[in-house]
Ligand binder design. Structure first.
Ligand SMILES: Cc1cc2nc3c(=O)[nH]c(=O)nc-3n(C[C@H](O)[C@H](O)[C@H](O)COP(=O)(O)OP(=O)(O)OC[C@H]3O[C@@H](n4cnc5c(N)ncnc54)[C@H](O)[C@@H]3O)c2cc1C
Length: 463
């Protein structure tokens, strides 16, 4: 939906496929937010650095142009951050992630995209009794560390912010925005091009050869580079040492017809981002033109972490997502779904992205693992990657974020089959909780095996 509306309106700027042989200082693979923020940040720091960006499809065709449109911070991930980086650096990174959201807003206003970015805040809500207090541990940790990104909400305030009585409790984070992601992705491509980045669409990387310099091989050409950044999101999971830390699962989104009068009658405000506390998370917001965009995590699983065409559409799952939308906004019972789409999520086993150099090819840096929460954090990722490449060096990023998170998972086909069993158990557990019932013991047991729901409790958490 997002990308089509931009492409139909835009004076269809496209970028030529890479042909022949070329040399560059930094080759970025992937034309999404991570790739472009990195390219712009490299150019800002060292304008003479030659940067070449190659994208297999068109820029923004990946997750960046088809997400739910929430630009959030890392405060909700504080526990994971503390575990990986220690308390002090965790707080600094969370503060930087807050600045990252503001920086996206600044980019939008500088580039005339004010209507693509609305900082109306994020509600972390409970949509059934089992979810109430899901945030308690994070709030306790925030108090210990003296940070106050959230305000608790009363039921009345929740109703005013969300327009739904379904929210039983929640927190509000003002520094969060809803965005039209594809407009930002396409504008980033334009800005990078203007900054001197050599941008190439329809240029899929086939392989990478390592020697004294690194050669990136494409179908019709090659790029010799000093440094290579893999900003390919879930597609990085096909590289065994990166895939070991990732689980590829689709997220599915539906968007209703635009019904602005109905939303205003129902008291549903545009721009406020809402997520609930379930593992197969529901996330939704109303757009300025009057659609409800409603997404749900935990869709198709990738066999061997492969991304196949089933990752493009929710298929039969669309009905279940609509049912969740109507559970939240029953007054919209007659509003049709206008569009639905899906995309692969790079869930990392630590819950956070990592910035890892390949063991046998340290000039290749892979950034993946946004875990469905990369719209805001990819802006920060661009800064961190640039710091590693042309700034203070690798040590500027905490070591905990430079490792591929490790956890034993069974080989295929057990991994895929086991994943399906666990996901089905999580769905049954959450369905019981929606009905106010206690989930079956077997479902609770199986749901707890979800490797991406794993709560990292390594060193670094204050007692
Ligand atoms: C359905 C869905 C909903 C989401 N909702 C949210 C949300 O509401 N909020 C949030 O914060 N995050 C959300 N996310 C995640 C978020 O969109 C991403 O984390 C974020 O956009 C960062 O993306 P990226 O740049 O790392 O990857 P992408 O945007 O996926 O870019 C990677 C690019 O690499 C390209 N590529 C892959 N292989 C090759 C190759 N061999 N050669 C060249 N190019 C290649 C792909 O075509 C792709 O364009 C969602 C994701 C999906 C799929």
């Amino acid at each position: 939906m997002w990308l089509q509306s931009v492409l139909s309106g835009e004076e269809a700027q496209s970028y030529p496929a890479l042909q022949g042989q070329t040399e560059t200082d930094v080759c970025i693979v992937g034309g999404g937010f991570t790739g472009f923020w990195t390219a712009l940040e490299l150019k800002r720091r060292t304008p003479n650095t030659k940067v070449t960006l190659v994208e297999a499809d068109i820029c923004g065709a990946g997750a960046s142009g088809r997400n739910g449109g929430f630009a959030l911070t890392w405060w909700a991930h504080l526990e994971h951050l503390v575990s990986l980086c220690g308390a002090e650096q965790a707080v600094q990174l969370a503060q930087r992630s807050e600045q990252a959201v503001r920086n996206i807003g600044e980019f939008c206003s500088q580039r005339g995209l004010d209507d693509a970015f609305r900082m109306e805040g994020w509600v972390w809500a409970a949509t059934n009794p089992a979810q109430v207090g899901a945030w308690d541990q994070t709030v306790k940790l925030l108090e210990q560390l003296g940070a106050r990104p959230y305000n608790p909400l009363t039921r009345t305030e929740l109703m005013e912010l969300t327009g739904s009585a379904q929210h039983l409790g929640g927190l509000f984070e003002p520094v969060s925005a809803s965005v039209q992601p594809a407009r930002i992705a396409r504008e980033l491509a334009r800005a990078a091009h203007e900054a001197g980045v050599s941008v190439h669409e329809r240029s899929q990387v086939r392989s990478i050869q390592h020697g004294s310099r690194t050669t990136v091989i494409l179908e019709q050409g090659s790029i010799v580079a000093d440094q290579v950044v893999l900003a390919v999101n879930a597609w990085a999971a096909r590289i065994p040492e990166i895939g070991a830390g990732l689980v590829v699962v689709a997220s599915d989104v539906i968007a209703t017809e635009a019904v602005p009068e109905r939303l205003s009658e129902a008291g549903i405000r545009a721009g406020v981002c809402i997520s609930d506390g379930r593992r197969l998370v529901n996330y939704y917001h109303a757009t300025p033109e009057g659609r409800i965009v409603f997404g749900k995590g935990g869709g198709t699983l990738g066999y061997g972490n492969r991304i196949t065409p089933v990752f493009d559409h929710p298929g039969a799952r669309e009905r279940g997502i609509r049912a969740q939308l109507l559970r939240t906004y029953p007054m919209l019972w007659d509003v049709p779904v206008a569009e639905s789409w899906s995309g692969p999520i790079d869930y990392s086993l630590s819950g956070l992205p990592f910035f890892a150099r390949l063991q046998d090819a340290p000039s290749v840096l892979a950034c993946a693992g946004f875990s469905g929460d990369g719209v805001g954090p990819s802006r920060l990722a661009g800064e961190l990657i640039a710091e590693m490449l042309v700034g203070e060096g690798d040590a500027s990023v905490p070591a905990g974020l430079r490792r591929v998170p490790a956890r034993w998972l069974p080989p295929e086909p057990l991994r895929y089959l086991g994943g399906r069993v666990v996901r089905a158990a999580v769905a049954r557990k959450e369905h019981s909780e929606d009905l106010g019932l206690r989930p079956r013991g077997a479902d609770r047991f199986l749901a707890a095996l979800d490797p991406t729901g794993y709560q990292y409790k390594g060193p670094g958490l204050p007692s």
